[in-house]
Design a protein around this ligand. Structure first.
Ligand SMILES: N[C@@H](CCC(=O)N[C@@H](CS)C(=O)NCC(=O)O)C(=O)O
Length: 254
C-alpha cells in the first residue's frame, strides 16, 4: 500500500495576533508539523501587499494554506478566519474528535463560543491593538464592553464550577462539555491577553482558574504576553534541595 504524503500546512501569521495564536495553540495540541510565514503587520503593513491580498482579499491574519491528499488526489485549501481554521484543523486532523466532538449539542455549544470570541471580544481586541501601537483612544467604552464580555465567560465558568463541584470537586471545568474543545482555543487568547489592553483579570477568578487549566494542557504553547503555567511545569519536575549546604533549591531548569 502506498503511503499518503504528509499534509503541508502553512500558517501566515503575525506574532502578536491573538487570532493567529488560537490556531498556533491547536497546531501545538495536535502536534501538527507546519510552516510559519511571518507577516509584518505593524509596522510593515505586509498584509496590504498585492501578494497577501491575493491570498486573503480582507487582508486579515491568520491565513492557513494546506495541501493534502486523502487518496482521491492532491487538494489545496486556503482559509481565513481563526474560527474556520480551527474547525477545519479539528475535523481533518483530530480523528478522535476531542477538539470538536461529534455530538450536535456540543458542536452547537462550541459554535456559540466561536461567534462570541469573534464578536464580543472585538472591543477588547481593539483596545489591545491601540495600547500596543500607542494609538490615542478613549478606552472607557471599549473597556466597558470588554469587561462585559469577560463577565459573561466568568459567570458561565462559575456556574459550571458550582455544578461540577457537586460531582467531582470542580476540577475539569471547560466551556462546553467535559473536556477542552476549540471553544477554549477561540476564547483563551483574547481573555488571557487582556493585560495587554490594560485590563486586569482580578475580578474574574473562575476565568483565571480556567486559564491555568488551559495552560496546563500538554502541548500548550506561549506567545508574547502569555507566560507558561510555571506551577504545573515545575510540578512535573522533581526539585532537588541541597540539605548539606543549606543552599536554596536548585532550579529544575538551570
Ligand atoms: N475574524 C478574523 C480577525 C482577524 C484579525 O483582525 N486579525 C488581525 C491580526 S493583527 C489583522 O489581521 N489585522 C490587520 C490589520 O490591522 O490591518 C479572524 O479570526 O481571523
Amino acid at each position: 500500500m502506498t503511503r499518503r504524503p504528509d499534509p503541508v500546512i502553512r500558517l501566515h501569521d503575525y506574532v502578536l495576533s491573538s487570532e493567529g495564536y488560537a490556531v498556533r495553540l491547536l497546531l501545538g495540541f495536535l502536534g501538527l508539523a507546519h510552516q510559519r510565514v511571518p507577516v509584518d503587520v505593524h509596522p510593515g503593513r505586509e498584509n496590504r501587499s498585492e501578494a497577501f491580498l491575493a491570498l486573503n482579499p480582507l487582508g486579515t491574519l491568520p491565513v492557513l494554506e494546506a495541501g493534502f491528499d486523502e487518496g482521491s488526489g492532491p487538494q489545496r485549501i486556503v482559509l481565513r478566519e481563526a474560527e474556520a481554521i480551527l474547525t477545519w484543523l479539528a475535523l481533518r486532523f483530530d480523528p478522535a474528535r476531542n477538539w470538536l466532538p461529534e455530538s450536535p449539542e456540543l458542536q452547537a455549544g462550541i459554535a456559540q463560543w466561536l461567534f462570541f470570541a469573534s464578536r464580543d471580544f472585538a472591543p477588547l481586541a481593539r483596545l489591545r491593538d491601540c495600547a500596543l501601537r500607542g494609538i490615542p483612544v478613549d478606552p472607557a467604552p471599549f473597556a466597558r464592553q470588554a469587561q462585559q464580555a469577560l463577565s459573561v465567560v466568568e459567570d458561565h465558568l462559575c456556574e459550571r464550577e458550582i455544578a461540577a463541584e457537586a460531582a467531582d470537586g470542580g476540577e475539569g471545568v471547560w466551556l462546553v462539555g467535559s473536556a477542552p474543545t476549540i471553544a477554549e482555543l477561540a476564547v483563551f487568547p483574547p481573555a488571557a491577553l487582556a493585560w495587554d489592553a490594560g485590563l486586569g483579570l482580578e475580578p474574574y477568578p473562575a476565568l483565571w482558574r480556567w486559564i491555568r487549566r488551559v495552560k496546563a494542557l500538554p502541548g500548550f504553547t506561549v506567545m508574547p504576553g502569555i507566560y507558561p503555567d510555571f506551577a504545573s511545569a515545575y510540578a512535573a519536575v522533581p526539585i532537588v534541595t541541597s540539605a548539606a549546604s543549606g543552599a536554596p533549591p536548585a532550579s529544575p531548569h538551570s
